[in-house]
Design a protein around this ligand. Sequence first.
Ligand code: URA
Length: 218
Amino acid sequence: MRIHNFSKENSILNNFMSEIRSISIQKDRMRFRRNIERIGEILCYEMSKTLSFKKSYLKTPLGEMSLMQPSENFVICSVLRAGLPLHNGVLNYFDNAENAFISAYRHHKSKTEFEIVVEYVASPSIEGKTLILVDPMLATGQSIVSTYEALLSHGTPKNTHIISVLGAKKGVTFAASKFPKNTQLWIAGVDEDLNDKGYIVPGLGDAGDLSFGIKLQH
Ligand code: URA
């Protein structure tokens, strides 16, 4: 897997990352969602530079011209519910992409042990298409891997890109070991640690709760 970690570059992305991490600013739910969306927009803009392009022709009011446009068919897939703001950011730039939604959640066997349960898969065929997997938090990496495996019942993608806000080293390494080698990861930050509950440290907290409010646990 090719990893593009943008925390190593100085860019405006760092402003959005600092706001979603800040214990005071992240309390503004609308701002949190919008910042995640903006991060998705920037990451998929960067990703777009690596796509296949073909020449297309158009008429302006004053003449005719050609320009290069992406030639791939995209399916954007996110995991409910935390993935939704990031999904929106990607969809803002890939206007005509098809979309897939998967429900995956942590089923806790004990306070520190959990398994990922995938229950709902709403997806078009992904056969021969460019799959953009959207997962804001690559903590253990298990949910993105389970999501990918569940999607393979809908075809084999030509290419896979993963768009993620924040990962833990362990989760990124695990995902890299499970995805095909030509998969590319576009990520705004990778932190050192995971705590015993599977949260990224220093991280930002629970992205789903920060976007949509707390939910009752299973
Ligand atoms: N999911 C989150 O929302 N936050 C984490 O730190 C890990 C997984």
